[in-house]
Design a binder for this molecule. Structure first.
Ligand code: 5BU
Length: 473
């Protein structure tokens, strides 16, 4: 029997076993509907189970590359099991609630970050159940980009899933089901029209579009990084439980080193502007590097390179500061074009990272949306060089292996008198997507910098843990 005939048989069988019923029903959300599906009953009909498995198998195996299958609990679980056995692919199981003991894992089974997982679901209306499973898989660093569905109610689910980067394939659409049942005299023309009218008029609500980066842990993101410094920074953040970057904007090297000695334990990154130091020396650099090792942080020189490639390669590797010798990463403008990245890319043979400026925190800056987008695009070719973007918005980029470095942070948001704009930790982490937050005067100008650094560290970390729990979206 060919595929189309099997689909027809499935439609007729679903009707026969009362998995699809016509009449006056209420949906879960209280909307009147002339058609109702309850595919839970299929477990009582091994023939139907077998047919569904066969169809999904032909559908899934033909065009997909995947490592695991995962059913949306509960109705699709037995189908996913049969499919896993038939395809000889491993299965993953998503819990509906995390265990209260032991590992608190949401996903059971063996997998590795980056594995592809196929989603199996019975019926899709809005797509929200599929997204719950997709989100839990993505939190584990798995790729969940395809969902195979028995029946698509055609009420907006496909669009909702697509907007969250999930392609949906359904064995049957509601339109097709009605067509088959009508052709085979299982329903009247009037019923068919009622269902068609209903489909035209009742759409499921949109499912919130999520940015994967917003709920993946730093540990998982480290595994997805293609730049060695980003990987290290994510791992330091996870190990030290801090996403605070201190900007040591002081002009005396002793004062800088004293401050770092006090707060280095509480930060993941120290950001410098070496050209403001009045007594810069190679001794300062070695003391800084020594502290970085001892207190486990990385060093960012916020140089904001902005010249032609040739000049930047000299600025980076030569001169009084010889930045490439000691800084793990630097900041750089995209304004001069790709040559600047080429220059930085070829300049050092040790692991280095570049934070590209996609947005600025200062009032009235001239960066436009188009400039930001083109900056992100420019970075695509330099996956091994770019560790992140300096930016202010969560939608600036999506790649979870890359870091959003956000300056302009104070516990109480305000401004300075030279155009700097501050946001609170809540706003920066939860709404704007900051991964590493830069604090300068908020800590440097405080009476007790250490106490203040701990306050910032705790506030920022609390927001991050809330963010990855997914409860804010
Ligand atoms: P503040 O004292 O927390 O305002 O210091 C912020 C630091 O971040 C300071 O060193 C700036 O040079 C740096 N910065 C910024 O404030 N805004 C930006 O858009 C960029 C860098 Br890019």
């Amino acid at each position: 029997m060919d595929f189309e005939n099997k689909v027809t048989e499935l439609a007729l069988n679903l009707h026969k076993i009362d998995a699809v019923k016509f009449g006056d029903f209420m949906t879960k959300s209280g909307i009147k509907t002339p058609v109702y599906f309850d595919l839970r009953v299929i477990v009582s009909y091994p023939d139907v189970m077998e047919l569904i498995t066969e169809l999904l198998y032909e559908f899934a195996v033909a065009n997909s590359k995947y490592d695991h299958v995962c059913g949306v609990p509960y109705t699709a679980l037995p189908i996913a099991t049969l499919l896993s056995v038939k395809a000889k692919k491993s299965m993953l199981m998503r819990r509906k609630e995390a265990k209260s003991y032991g590992t608190k894992k949401m996903i059971e089974g063996h997998y590795q970050t980056g594995d592809r997982c196929l989603i199996i679901e019975d019926v899709v209306t809005s797509g929200s159940s599929v997204m719950e499973t997709v989100n839990d898989l993505r939190k584990e660093g798995l790729k969940a980009e395809e969902a195979f569905i028995i029946l698509d109610r055609e009420q907006g689910g496909r669009e909702n899933l697509e907007s969250n980067k999930v392609q949906m394939k359904a064995l049957l659409t509601m339109t097709k089901l009605i067509e088959i049942l009508l052709e085979n005299n299982r329903i009247t023309e009037q019923t068919a029209n009622e269902v068609r009218d209903y489909l035209q008029n009742v759409k499921a609500p949109s499912v919130v579009k999520v940015n994967e980066r917003m709920f993946l842990s730093y540990e998982k993101r480290a595994e997805l990084s293609t730049n060695a410094i980003a990987k290290q920074l994510f791992n330091i953040m996870a190990a030290k439980k801090t996403n605070l970057c201190l900007s040591v904007d002081l002009t005396s090297s002793t004062k800088i080193l004293d401050l770092i000695e006090k707060v280095g334990n509480h930060v993941c990154l120290i950001k410098t502007h070496v050209d403001i130091i009045e007594d810069f020396s190679s001794g300062f650099v070695s003391s800084l590097q020594h502290l970085a090792k001892k207190l486990n942080f990385l060093i960012l020189e916020d140089r904001k390179y902005a010249d032609i490639g040739h000049t930047v390669s000299l600025q980076y590797t030569r001169g009084l500061y010889n930045v490439s010798d000691w800084a793990d990463c630097v900041t750089c403008h995209s304004l001069p074009g790709e040559g600047i990245l080429k220059a930085l890319n070829g300049a050092s043979n040790t692991d280095k990272g570049v934070f590209l400026l996609a947005e600025m925190s200062s009032e009235g800056n001239l960066i436009t949306q188009q400039y930001t987008q083109e900056t992100v695009k420019m970075a695509e070719k330099y996956a091994e060089l770019i560790c992140g973007f300096v930016c202010q918005n969560k939608d600036t980029f999506k790649n979870p292996g890359i870091i959003q470095l956000t300056p302009g942070v104070q516990l109480e948001s305000s401004k300075d008198n030279l155009g700097q704009v501050y946001n609170t930790p809540e706003k920066v982490v939860l709404e704007n997507g900051g991964d590493v937050m830069v604090v300068g005067r908020g800590i440097v100008a405080a009476k007790n910098s250490e106490i203040q650094a701990v306050l910032y560290k705790d506030a920022l970390w609390k927001c991050y843990t809330k963010r990855i729990s997914g409860k804010f979206e």
